[in-house]
Write a protein that binds this ligand. Structure first.
Ligand code: AKG
Length: 270
C-alpha cells in the first residue's frame, strides 16, 4: 500500500501493457522482458549480418554508406526477410503500442543497428527518433521499439536514455545530460520501448563483439514512413486486415483525387 494524502485521482493499471504504458508516459521508456524466442535471435543475428553485407554491396561498399552516415545500419530488413516482420509484430509489443497510440498505428521505419566493437556509430550522438522536432505533445505520436538481439549492457554499448526528455521541448544542457543519462540494460530478446521523442543514443561498444539491435518506429498514421512499405513489399500482406493498416497500405498517399475517391468508393462497396 502506497501512503499519500490530498490525492483524488490515481492511474489504474490492470494489464502488463498498461503498466509499461504508464512508465513510457511518465519517464519515457520501459523494457519488455523476454519477448523474442532464442531461435529467432540466432536467425536475426545471421539475417542482419547477411542483409548488411548485401545492402553495402548494392550501395557500392560500406565506405559509401559511411559517407552518408549510414554505415552499420540495415535499412528496412522486413522487406527482404519475413523474420523481421515477425519480430515487430510480437503481441506483447503491439499491446503496449495499442495502449498508447490507440487502435490505428503504422510501422514508420525499421532499421537493424549493428554496433561494432570500438567502432564509430552515427547513432551514438543524442537524438530523437522524430528528429528536428522541438514541441511536446500530451500523448505519444510514436513509439520506438528497440529489440535487443545481443546483450545491451554498459560494456556492449547498450542504449543510453535521458529519462523524461520526451516532455522537454529543448535538448537539455551538457551538465544535465552528463548527470542524468542512464543506460537501459537488456538481455537478448528484451525490447526497449520508448516515446520516439525521448532523447537517446547508442553507447560505446567495449566488448570485442558486435552488439546488434532492431529499431522499429510505430506511429500514428499521420506520420510519413521513411521507406514506403507498400512499395517495398510490392503488395505482400495487404490482404491481412491488421497488417494492411500496420504496414501503411491504407495511408499511402493517393496519386490523384480520382485515385483517392476511388479508394473511398471501393471501401464503401467492400
Ligand atoms: O544502437 C542503439 O542502442 C541506439 C539506436 C538508435 O539510437 C536508433 O536506432 O535510433
Amino acid at each position: 500500500m502506497i501512503k499519500s494524502y490530498g490525492v483524488r485521482e490515481t492511474t489504474a493499471v490492470g494489464t502488463e501493457a498498461e503498466r509499461h504504458a504508464e512508465e513510457i508516459r511518465l519517464c519515457g521508456f520501459t523494457v519488455l522482458r523476454g519477448v523474442v524466442r532464442a531461435e529467432h535471435l540466432d536467425a536475426a543475428r545471421a539475417g542482419l549480418d547477411r542483409l548488411y553485407a548485401e545492402q553495402a554491396a548494392a550501395a557500392g561498399g560500406a565506405d559509401r554508406l559511411a559517407r552518408i552516415n549510414d554505415a552499420n545500419i540495415v535499412r528496412c530488413p522486413l522487406a527482404q526477410d519475413d523474420l523481421f516482420l515477425e519480430l515487430v509484430t510480437q503481441p506483447r509489443l503491439l499491446a503496449v503500442a495499442a495502449a498508447l497510440l490507440g487502435e490505428y498505428f503504422v510501422l514508420q521505419q525499421q532499421n537493424g543497428v549493428i554496433n561494432p566493437p570500438a567502432g564509430d556509430n552515427y547513432q551514438a550522438a543524442w537524438h530523437r527518433d522524430l528528429p528536428y522536432q522541438h514541441f511536446v505533445s500530451s500523448r505519444p505520436l510514436a513509439l520506438s521499439a528497440l529489440v535487443c538481439i545481443d546483450p545491451f549492457t554498459a560494456e556492449t554499448g547498450g542504449t543510453c536514455v535521458l529519462p523524461g526528455s520526451h516532455k522537454s521541448e529543448q535538448f537539455p544542457s551538457a551538465d544535465y545530460v552528463r548527470a542524468h543519462e542512464r543506460g537501459a540494460v537488456g538481455d537478448p530478446g528484451d525490447v526497449l520501448v520508448f516515446d520516439s521523442m525521448l532523447y537517446h543514443r547508442a553507447g560505446t561498444n567495449r566488448s570485442g563483439r558486435l552488439r546488434r539491435g532492431l529499431n522499429n518506429v510505430l506511429g500514428l498514421p499521420l506520420l510519413q514512413q521513411q521507406i514506403s512499405l507498400p512499395r517495398a513489399l510490392g503488395g505482400r500482406f495487404a490482404e491481412d486486415p491488421f497488417l494492411r493498416k500496420f504496414l501503411g497500405y491504407e495511408t499511402e498517399p493517393a496519386g490523384s483525387s480520382f485515385e483517392w475517391r476511388g479508394r473511398r468508393l471501393e471501401k464503401l462497396a467492400g
